[in-house]
Design a protein around this ligand. Structure first.
Ligand SMILES: NC(=O)c1ccc[n+]([C@@H]2O[C@H](COP(=O)([O-])OP(=O)(O)OC[C@H]3O[C@@H](n4cnc5c(N)ncnc54)[C@H](O)[C@@H]3O)[C@@H](O)[C@H]2O)c1
Length: 507
């Protein structure tokens, strides 16, 4: 939805006001503990010395972001590994992007001298000083490398999507248990203060009855050279890898560099983008599993040959470039005999980015919009005798049942609470990467293997497998052009049942 600057500011102020009131006492505690914001929000303490000796496997785009944002008080980087020479260099020197500054700038030359540099993951895993690894490699390599790392006795934080298929997810969970090691997955919204505040408002019932969530991630790659998933290959990388690339699970250097475009190495738009947002939607709905999914996916842009620029004509991708899926989730009162269903629609397209990405939760009393992991806007529904809409400023009052409700407010002066909320959300909002690494290390140091509800990893193997099931089953629904009903045993790590082998899915 396109908002005027005034409407947007009002939505932002409304959100801060609501969070400030709803989390008043909590935020006072948080304000006292800033700058350890993540620790305060997500219930862990700061480590006092002895940071976890960590190796990074994969220092490409995302590995470099994580290296830049890693928390030195919790995580001591002792080694990095990458099979691409240019990305090994990038880990140390950065790439000119302020989000990826390089270890020399982040840690200083003296510290960096002691960081070992390996040419592949297996060399790094043989390093006995390393206690934990962060894995940021292409999707097809998540499970094999994570399992090898767990078997080598390392704790694992692997990037999302957890794995290329659900059988692999179940194997990863099994090996982590057998080896008594922690397995975390990088769906960072579990550690985003912004999302946590949104979730608090939803849990408090401020939006009323939620029947619909719309999520999307739209990009416009219809202009030449705009597709960041289709990169050129440096001569150095090609020379270094041409002869050995098949040993690492790739058919060619091109498939390694542009792994997102191929079925063998990636999982398409749903795995790369949709998984994050379906994760957010399921959190908003109380961490419930979906009931069913259906959808359409196609190569609607790159697959149409004879029109467009040469780079489009020469494109060899296998994945869809436009996907539209519809999920049915259970509402809070869902039973077999009623329709308390929440619909979540998701689209990811390559030909328009007027609305870049975000999630909008539509409730009977209010609407919450989360934009690009950076800001949240809140609006009230107009009711009989009460104002609402995009230009309505809000305050929070106590409702008849004692809980908070949204109220239209003619003029809303900034309040102390709103100020705290704004500070807590921050002018530069953390997407949650730092906090996810902090908590991972904290759980290692405190031997915390408990479930998320008891302070354990918030996105452990079982939680992340749920996200992988949503993304990969929606791919199956689009491929087989059918509505697929989710089976509870798919979500059970101890059951061998998986969607990719299910006879009803494949029929
Ligand atoms: N959480 C997020 O928001 C987010 C954002 C972007 C990417 N990711 C995830 O991060 C992962 C990496 O994505 P990317 O964009 O950095 O890809 P990338 O291609 O830029 O980097 C991957 C790196 O892994 C290296 N690699 C491959 N096999 C290896 C091996 N056996 N040993 C050592 N290194 C190896 C490659 O050479 C490459 O440098 C993917 O799973 C992706 O989905 C997550």
């Amino acid at each position: 939805m396109n908002l005027t600057p005034v409407e947007r500011q009002i939505g932002k102020d409304n959100f801060n006001e609501a969070v400030g009131h709803s989390r008043r006492s909590f935020l006072k505690g948080v304000a006292a503990t800033v700058p350890t914001l993540g620790a305060a929000y997500f219930g862990y303490s700061q480590l006092t010395g002895n940071p976890v000796k960590t190796g990074f496997i994969g220092t490409g785009d995302e590995g470099s972001v994580l290296l830049t944002q890693h928390p030195p008080a919790y995580m001591d980087i002792v080694a990095i590994a990458d099979i691409r020479p240019t990305n090994r260099d990038r880990a140390f020197f950065g790439d000119g992007n302020t989000d990826r500054v390089g270890l020399i700038e982040k840690l200083g030359r003296d510290k960096v001298k002691s960081i070992r540099r390996y040419n592949s993951h297996s060399e790094l895993l043989a390093d006995s000083e390393i206690e934990a690894v962060v894995i940021a490699v292409p999707l097809n390599q998540h499970a094999p490398i994570a399992i090898e790392a767990l078997k080598a006795g390392k704790h694992v934080l692997t990037e999302k999507l957890m794995a290329h298929n659900i059988s692999q997810c179940k194997e990863m969970i099994k090996v982590a248990r057998e080896k008594n090691r922690l397995l975390a997955v990088g769906h960072q919204r579990h550690y985003s203060v912004l999302y946590d505040n949104c979730n608090d408002l939803i849990r408090n019932g401020l939006l009323g009855d939620i029947k619909f969530i719309r999520a999307s991630w739209h990009r416009n790659n219809s202009f030449p050279d705009r597709d960041s998933w289709n990169k050129s290959i440096s001569r150095e990388d090609r020379q270094a890898l041409e002869k050995t690339i098949t040993e690492y699970g790739f058919d060619s250097v091109e498939q390694l560099i542009n792994w997102r475009l191929y079925n063998k190495t990636g999982g398409g738009l749903m795995a790369e983008l949709g998984s994050h947002q379906l994760d957010a939607c399921s959190i908003f709905l109380g961490k419930v599993h979906p009931l069913a999914v259906q959808g359409y996916g196609g190569k609607n842009f790159y697959g149409v040959k004879g029109v467009g620029s040469p780079d489009k004509q020469n494109d060899t991708r296998e994945i869809d470039d436009h996907v539209y899926v519809t999920f049915e989730f259970p509402g809070p009162h869902y039973q077999d005999d009623n329709d308390d269903i929440v619909i979540v629609t998701y689209s990811s397209i390559n030909t328009n980015r007027l609305e870049p990405y975000g999630e909008t939760v539509f409730g009977s009393r209010g609407t919450l919009m989360v934009l690009q992991e950076q800001e949240a806007l809140l609006y009230k529904e107009a009711g009989p005798g009460s104002a609402g809409g995009l230009e309505q400023r809000l305050s929070l009052i106590q409702g008849d049942d004692g809980g908070p409700v949204l109220q239209a407010s003619a003029s809303l002066a900034p309040t102390a609470q709103a100020g705290v909320a704004a500070d807590a959300v921050g002018t530069k909002v953390s997407r949650g990467y730092t906090e996810e690494m902090e908590h991972f290390c904290h759980c290692i140091r405190t031997n915390n293997y408990s479930p998320p509800s008891e302070g354990g990893l918030r996105c452990n193997g079982t939680v992340a497998m749920g996200d992988a099931i949503m993304a990969l089953t929606s791919n199956l629904a689009m491929k087989h052009k059918k509505r697929i009903v989710f089976k509870e045993e798919w979500f059970d790590p101890d059951s061998p049942a998986v969607p990719e082998d299910d006879p009803e899915v494949l029929a």
